[in-house]
Design a protein around this ligand. Structure first.
Ligand code: SF4
Length: 406
């Protein structure tokens, strides 16, 4: 039985985002969830976020004024923006304007009319979070770990986002009562060894709110590791303050998994932020999405992976892009992904190699889909080296024969 089958709550799709024209847009990007926007005892839906940095671009008019989109395509882009949130932080705008020669940063954040084309294979919940949501805010797909989604807001909105139907769509911070239920769920399931804070971007929470969550998790004895998925170190590096680094350095180890797709996203401020995290002893991993026109050449991927390692980040996952609506223009074939990964094998250090993975549509879990270097069976086995040479590998010795000879 696949391990992700351990938890299934098919009839309880709690926490699904409101859909359709009536939904309320959380139209913010850079937000520090201010105290008072959601008191800890607040049972009401979260109040709208205070607007963050006023220079964050959130509208087609803003993109146009910044020279990021052509005036003639604005009607189509308005349709895209009405459907999926837009946000580009000042730091990412600067990266787009300064040396984004192959357009890899621009492509990730600036909407295009291509997003209006939906392939029949694409779905609103491409990795099926819903059926694995036993209580609001929790996704429990694998026995030993859960996702805890304390908010559904991001500092930037990626045009290929796999949760684009839920993030930036009106739901914001998980209300206190639901957060308490989520802690209760984790407490009651002793098999949960790791809690992954995701969303949305958990580093948009205020220090006080984040600290509260981490303290509650610290207090659950069977939770031994906390992981945080974030784009903040690259897209809003000023958020990585010394106070935040202190907060993350705690009894239950916190691992930070930074989402970065192109080397150019990492400017000097981001490098300094990553150094602060590293000095605080926070282990750093990366996750990247394989994206057409962003990182789908050997050279682009190699530069990205070397840049990550130079910034003390161990490349962890290279995701095949999920089947989210209107994202077909970003997806490569899996075969192309395998060819890229195979080309890197002989070219960059093992330290730079991520695992190429696919989240099987339907919620069937994540599996490695990189190339195989072995062929044959237990009698005749061949292995291919990084440069294409094929070599025989001897079969395993029969245990009885070996002991008889001894
Ligand atoms: S940071 Fe992650 S959750 Fe947020 S928009 Fe990008 S892909 Fe989606």
């Amino acid at each position: 039985m696949p391990e992700q089958r351990a938890v299934r709550a098919a009839d309880r799709q709690v926490g699904a985002a409101p859909r359709g024209p009536g939904r309320q847009r959380t139209d913010v990007a850079h937000v520090d969830v201010a105290e008072g926007a959601h008191g800890d005892a607040d049972e009401k839906p979260a109040a709208p976020f205070p607007v963050g940095d006023a220079r964050t671009l959130r509208t087609v008019a803003g993109l146009s004024a910044a020279g990021l989109v052509a005036p003639e395509g604005r009607d189509e882009l308005e349709k895209v923006a009405a459907r999926y949130a837009v946000s580009i932080t000042p730091v990412m705008l600067e990266r787009i304007r300064d040396g984004d020669e192959d357009g890899g940063v621009h492509r990730q954040f600036v909407p295009t009319a291509d997003e209006l084309a939906v392939d029949p294979a694409e779905t609103t919940d491409p990795i099926s979070d819903g059926p694995f949501t036993p209580v609001r805010g929790i996704v429990h797909r694998y026995p030993d770990r859960v996702l805890l989604k304390p908010l559904l807001v991001c500092p930037v909105y990626c045009r290929f986002c796999f949760r684009r139907e839920s993030v930036g769509q009106g739901e914001s911070v998980l209300p206190h009562r639901d957060l308490e239920r989520a802690f209760g769920y984790i407490q009651d399931h002793r098999e949960i060894w790791e809690v992954i804070l995701s969303g949305g971007d958990p580093l948009l929470l205020s220090d006080r709110r984040l600290s509260h969550i981490l303290e509650r998790l610290d207090a659950i004895e069977h939770v031994r590791v906390v992981r945080i998925h974030t784009r903040v170190p690259a897209v809003d590096p000023a958020r990585i303050s010394d106070a935040l680094c202190d907060l993350l350095d705690r009894g239950t180890p916190v691992w930070l998994v930074v989402h970065i797709n192109s080397a150019h996203e990492l400017g000097a401020e981001a490098a300094a932020a990553l150094r602060r995290l590293s000095r605080a002893g926070i282990p750093l991993l990366s996750q990247s999405v394989l994206l057409r026109g962003v990182n789908d050449s050997t050279e682009q991927l190699e530069t990205l992976l070397r840049t990550l390692v130079r910034n003390r980040i161990k490349p962890y996952y290279l995701h095949h892009a999920d089947l989210a609506p209107g994202t077909g223009h970003f997806r490569t074939s899996i075969q192309h992904g395998q060819e890229l990964v195979a080309a890197l094998r002989g070219r960059v250090s093992g330290l730079c190699q991520p695992t190429y993975v696919l989240d099987i549509p339907g919620g069937h879990g994540k599996v490695p889909v990189g190339p195989s270097y072995l062929e044959g069976d237990e009698h005749v086995m061949t292995v291919r080296d990084p440069w294409g040479g094929v070599h025989r590998y001897p079969p395993a010795q029969d245990a009885a024969r070996v002991s008889a000879r001894a």
